[in-house]
Design a binder for this molecule. Structure first.
Ligand code: FES
Length: 141
């Protein structure tokens, strides 16, 4: 077991059995988000962001879409999740933010404390942070 194998917060081992932390990370893109004009036209800007994210992921990072993340007022929205770690919601993205989301996902896979490291995080994932939600295990008394 290496030094990256557990949370500093004292929760469970964050590495999967095969040691592939990247397999624990998922990017969720809202495919329903509209562009700045608010147009209902398809493809929606969110669909374009999902396509851009899949391209950037090149099959290395799991990408899923949903119909709404409840963050519509912050424009294009996405979330990055990792098993047993904090969950992140981002807004104010663009249809070309896919590479940033994948960079954030890969960075998350290197995390040793359950958080996406701040250093190296793309600016869009700093400025666009809407919320981070802890895993339930972290809240056990
Ligand atoms: S439509 Fe994208 S967050 Fe609601």
């Amino acid at each position: 077991m290496d030094q990256n194998s557990s949370f500093s917060a004292g929760t469970a081992d964050i590495r999967s059995a095969n040691g592939d932390a990247l397999a624990e990370v998922t990017v969720i893109v809202c495919a329903s988000c509209r562009d700045e004009t608010g147009s209902d036209a398809h493809p929606r800007a969110g669909e374009l962001l999902a396509d851009d994210t899949r391209r950037a992921a090149s099959g290395e990072v799991r990408v899923r879409t949903v119909e709404c993340l409840g963050n519509c007022k912050r424009r294009l929205s996405a979330a990055i999740l990792r098993d047993g770690c904090w969950s992140y919601v981002f807004g104010d993205l663009t249809a070309a933010s896919g590479a940033d989301l994948v960079t954030g996902a890969k960075l998350f896979a290197t995390s040793t404390d359950g958080l996406i490291p701040w250093r190296g995080r793309p600016d869009s994932l700093k400025r666009g942070l809407v919320a981070r939600i802890p895993p339930l295990d972290l809240l056990k008394d």
